[in-house]
Design a protein around this ligand. Structure first.
Ligand code: HEC
Length: 193
């Protein structure tokens, strides 16, 4: 009896010690290029989707009109394109973050573009609350509710024909994509007196 109990106590004490040794000596994944932990995707996605299913709004208060798409495209360029890319050109940083940033204007399986297969309410939840430990920000203190709906409705319709004004906004590369005009001089000019 005593041996069994002491075995349990030693086992319980050993767990945090081994964990500490692994944390400090074992090179657990911390850099973007490191491989994921076993079951990392499942551990993060199952509770995320359970929460979204419970909390996402079921009715959409914004109509899918040309005005909504154009307003959404302005918001998208200002707030989202740096990570999620513009139409026809992926973001520079997207593939160098962990997890990789989904490119929301890229077509994939059976005509789906970005998250056009997700209900607007699901995208709204992600935009409003963000996704912890991924780099996806929470916009509920940055954008108004209407603005969050406008960008969410735009993304839900990414596979549909969009008004030309919205498409032009979504296709124009971000200003920092423009190549630097002239190289800096190697040496600063000497002060003249
Ligand atoms: C700093 C980078 C960054 C910015 C800016 C950003 N996101 Fe994200 N976003 C991410 C990352 C990283 C993920 C992936 C999260 C994951 O894998 O769970 C993500 C995920 C998403 C998803 C879920 C995609 C999917 O495949 O399920 C949506 C929708 C989304 N973002 C919309 C937006 C919108 C709309 C904006 C702007 C209002 C925005 N994001 C701004 C980094 C960003």
């Amino acid at each position: 009896m005593f041996r069994a109990l002491s075995g349990i106590v030693i086992g319980v004490l050993l767990c945090p010690v081994l964990l500490y040794v692994w944390f400090t000596r074992g090179n657990p994944p911390v850099a973007v290029a490191d491989p994921p932990l076993p079951f990392e995707r499942q551990i993060t996605h199952i509770p995320l989707h359970a929460r979204i299913d419970r909390e996402m709004p079921k009715t959409v208060p914004v109509q899918a009109t040309a005005e909504t798409f154009i307003a959404g495209a302005h918001i998208y360029r200002e707030q989202c394109a740096f990570c999620h890319g513009v139409y026809g050109s992926p973001s520079t940083v997207g593939a160098h973050m962990f997890p990789h940033v989904p490119q929301l204007w890229q077509s994939h399986r059976e005509g789906v573009v970005g998250v056009s297969d997700d209900p607007a309410g699901e995208t709204y939840w992600k935009v409003a609350n963000g996704i912890r430990l991924t780099g996806m920000p929470a916009y509920d203190k940055i954008l108004t509710e209407t603005q969050m709906w406008q960008v969410s409705v735009l993304l839900a319709n990414a596979d549909k024909p969009l008004p030309p004004e919205a498409l032009t906004l979504l296709k124009t590369p971000l200003s920092y994509d423009v190549p630097a005009p002239v190289a800096m001089p190697a040496m600063p000019p000497k002060p003249t007196r």
